[in-house]
Structure formats: C-alpha cells, structure tokens
Design a protein around this ligand. Structure first.
Ligand code: ZN
Length: 410
C-alpha cells in the first residue's frame, strides 16, 4: 500500500471516529424526556431532574468542543506531515532510536497536555463547580498535575523503552514478550494499585469503629469475608460525588468506600453497597476482567506486529525514513475503531457484572436497600435518567439506574 493511500485511511479513520462518537452524544441529549419515573421521584424532584439534564448537556457540549478542536488539529498535523517532520528534526540531532522515541512521545504528550489544560481547568473550576461538585483547590489541582505528569513520564518511558528494546532484540516476535510484560504489569497494578498508586493522591484509612463498622462486620461474618480489606478514602477533597469500588486480586483485595458516600447514605444502604462489592469478589469479576484484558492486549499487539516494520506507515506520517515509534502512532490512529470495538466487548461484560453484583447484594441484604442506595447515589451524582440506548451500548460500563432497578425487580 502506498504512503498516500495510508494517509487517506488515517484521515478517514480520524474523521469517522469523531462523527460516530459525536452523533451518539448528540442523540443522547437531543430529546430529553419530561416525565420522571415514579420509582425515583422521592430523590429526583422536578428541580433536581432539570439539573441532571442540564448537567448532561453542559458536559456533552464541552466534550463536543474539545473533540472538534482535537480532531481538527489531528487532521491538520496528519495532512501536513507534521509528525514525520518532527521525527526528521529529531533524527538530525539524536542518533539513538530509543532516545528519539522517548523525545518524540515526550513532546507529543506535553503538547497535548498543554493544549487540553484550559479544558481541564474549565471542567474542574467552572462546569463541576456550577453543579456544586468541585472541591479541588487550585493548589491541589497543580499538585495532582505534577504527580500525574511524573507518573505518566515514568510509566510511558518504561513502556517505550521496553518496546524499542524488544523489537531490536526479538524482531517480529517482540509482541509475545511485550504482551507477557504488559500482562504482568497489569497483574501487579491490580494487586498494588490501592496500596501504591492511590496513596500518592489520597489518604486511605481503615473503616473506623462505630455503628457502620458493626453493621458491616455483622454482614461480613454472614459472608465469610475478611474485614481488614475495607477502607475509607478522602475523595471529598476533590469532589462531592460519591462512589465505592473493589480492587485487587487474592490476598491484596480491598473494598474502598468514598467518605462522601458514607456522609450521605443510611447504614442499611451502605451495607448494600458493600454487599454489591463483595458480589464482584464472589463472582470473580476482577479475575475474569483481567483474563479478558490480557487476551485483548495480546491480540492488539499481534496485529501491531504485522505493521510494525512497514516503512510506508512512517512515510505516510511525512517522515523521510522508517521509525518504529512513528509506525506505533500510525497504528494507534488506525486501530482506534478496532480498539473501540474490543472495548465494546468489555463494556457489555462489565454491565452484565453490575447486574450480577446487584443481584448478589439483593440476595444477601435486600433489594429495597440496594435500590434505594442506587437511587440516592444517582441523585447525588446527578446521573442522567434516560440516556439513549445506542449511547449506553457504546459508552456505559455500568447500566443506567432504571435498568438496574428493573433487574432488581423494583
Ligand atoms: Zn459494581
């Protein structure tokens, strides 16, 4: 295939992803319903319901503006061969392929982060603040930014170094070794995320003594669940939104409750939320998702290995020579539609897991407690009540509230 044809495909793939995602987002907010489902009226009064609709619209508008600017910039950079031009400039002064790859992605990452900084600031200090969610101070925002920059630089540099070295040493079979390393990394992340990464940004403390702990202890005993793994996180320092999650594999398993969740829910509801997380554990959802993502990564890397050595991809981006890191970028753009297809599979699975965890909580506590926890959580977080089914199908990792209530038989 000629570089010109590949460039045409790259431009088409970029434009296609943009139009596809934005049409779904538009469909989602085009005609909001006026009625409020009677099952949720206690928490969604007309004023709150109106707020959920305008929150969704504001978020969609911001995403539309961001995606439009991002896509326009990408199309221009591709059409003018700017990615290749950057590589040509770097090649003139940096001989080592590895250092050139690191410089190339370092520049791209910083440029993208700087370009989207105004959007990040607007989203946190205007949009989220307008709906009463934001609690991030400018100081915390900057500290978060610096920490995540360092973390991404370390992880990104490790991944790029690994890739370049393996391609140099292993040739076309590099993908097997890289997949093995990536899978090991995800496994370690699964095990140590809450104990190593989360403490960089938040404080975790064991659930303190008191009425809630007693109720949870009583529940945990009926389920033979070890209690030492239940933590409270100070999420309230960034946002008033609430949540809970399960993470970890084997002895490293942890259930994390947001302090904002504990503030707003009754003890019965909190036990139901905890039971939902125990449900994820009992159904082995973490291990199953881990296996699925291991397969997904191997597949994508194998497909990349077929394109990794083709000079036409580098030339299509405007370079005058072949470079592995340019091929990686071209592949990432081309694979956009493919990866969103495989993430579609994990979304479908994830929604099924949510129903199973809800059902587990209903069985071991009560459907009433689980459903009132879900309704209160959705009302507090201003969740959109009637998302479009097509939008849900492609974008939701958790089913919408009303479907979850239906599955709970409420
Ligand atoms: Zn869940």
């Amino acid at each position: 295939m000629s570089p010109q044809t590949i460039l045409a495909i790259l431009l088409a793939a970029t434009a296609f992803s943009y139009f596809f995602e934005q049409s779904l987002a538009w469909l989602n907010i085009a005609r909001p319903r006026q009625d409020i489902d009677p099952r949720v009226r206690e928490y969604f009064d007309p004023e709150r319901y109106a707020k959920t609709v305008s929150y969704q619209k504001d978020k969609t508008r911001l995403a539309l503006i961001t995606a439009s600017l991002f896509t326009a910039a990408n199309l221009l950079l591709l059409a003018f061969g700017t990615f290749g031009w950057l590589e040509n400039q770097l090649a003139a002064s940096i001989g080592s392929q590895l250092r050139r790859a690191l410089a190339f992605y370092g520049i791209l990452y910083l440029a993208m982060d700087l370009a989207t900084l105004p959007v990040q600031i607007y989203a946190t200090f205007r949009l989220e603040a307008r709906y009463g969610f934001n609690r991030t101070t400018p100081k915390l925002f900057i500290a978060d930014k610096i920490k995540s920059l360092i973390l991404s630089a370390l992880l990104g540099a490790a991944a790029i170094s690994g890739l370049v070295t393996l391609v140099q040493k292993m040739g076309p079979n590099f993908w097997i070794w890289f997949a093995a390393a990536a899978i090991l990394f995800i496994l370690l992340m699964n095990m140590f995320y809450t104990s190593l990464i989360v403490p960089l940004f938040n404080k975790l403390r064991p659930l303190p003594e008191g009425e809630l702990r007693n109720a949870i202890e009583a529940y945990a005993q009926t389920q033979n669940f070890r209690l030492t793994g239940i933590y409270v996180i100070d999420a309230s320092k960034r946002s008033s939104k609430s949540n809970a999650y399960f993470s970890g594999i084997g002895p490293k398993k942890k259930i994390v409750l947001y302090d904002t969740l504990i503030e707003k829910h009754s003890i019965e509801e909190l036990v139901a939320v905890l039971a939902h997380e125990v449900g994820h554990y009992r159904h082995k959802h973490i291990i199953k998702s881990f296996i699925a993502s291991a397969m997904q990564i191997s597949l994508i890397l194998w497909v990349f290995s077929l394109f990794a050595a083709a000079p036409a991809l580098s030339l299509a981006l405007g370079a005058d020579h072949y470079a592995l890191h340019l091929n990686l970028l071209a592949f990432a753009i081309l694979a956009g539609p493919i990866t969103s297809f495989s993430s579609l599979f994990s979304m479908v699975t994830s929604r099924r897991y949510e129903y199973q965890a809800d059902a587990f909580a209903a069985r071991t506590t009560s459907a009433a407690a689980m459903s009132s926890a879900l309704i209160r959580l959705s009302a507090d977080n201003l969740s959109y009540l009637y998302p479009h089914p097509a939008y849900v199908f492609f974008n939701y990792s958790h089913p919408p509230l009303l479907q979850r209530l239906e599955h709970l038989g409420v």
